[in-house]
Design a protein around this ligand. Structure first.
Ligand code: HEM
Length: 122
């Protein structure tokens, strides 16, 4: 039997679908009473661009991420465990809402778990 390796990036719908997921995620974050204060002084457009590039890269799409390391980006923000978990939940919900396949959602969940130490304040 012939097998074709279709990337997770392609299976979620490529760049446009990822942009949609990231837009949804930030709409929720920026209207969340507990999460929005973290972003009060941030230029959200460039943040979204970086987040979309990173997500695309993690899913096997173009490796275009040119932002800071996650450790550098989140250092000093004093992000709590609960706020980290909330953002992860919203990210996974945004993927499901965009009809991302379950295995793709699971792979993103694993990746987010792996970078947790870079995000949450020690
Ligand atoms: C769950 C995993 C997370 C990932 C993958 C992630 C990813 C990113 C990325 C790619 C950037 C941009 C870096 C750059 O532009 O150079 C960023 C910045 C930022 N993130 Fe996150 N993030 C996560 C969780 C969180 C959480 C939980 C919070 C707060 C509740 C948060 C708050 C911020 C803020 C405020 C910035 C901007 C920092 C600045 O510009 O100085 N992030 N994040």
């Amino acid at each position: 039997m012939m097998t074709t390796a279709v990337s997770m990036y392609a299976r979620v719908g490529g760049g446009p679908a990822i942009k949609h997921v990231v837009d949804q995620l930030y709409t929720w974050i920026l209207t969340d009473k507990e999460l929005s204060p973290y972003f009060a002084t941030v230029t959200v457009e460039s943040l979204k661009r970086h987040m979309a590039a990173l997500l695309a890269q993690v899913l096997g799409g173009p490796a275009d991420y040119d932002g800071r390391s996650l450790l550098d980006a989140h250092r000093g923000l004093a992000i709590t465990d609960a706020h980290y978990t909330r953002v992860v939940d919203l990210a996974l919900a945004a993927l499901f809402l965009a009809h991302a396949p379950r295995d793709v959602v699971a792979a993103v969940e694993d990746t987010l778990a792996a970078v947790k130490p870079d995000i949450v304040a020690a």
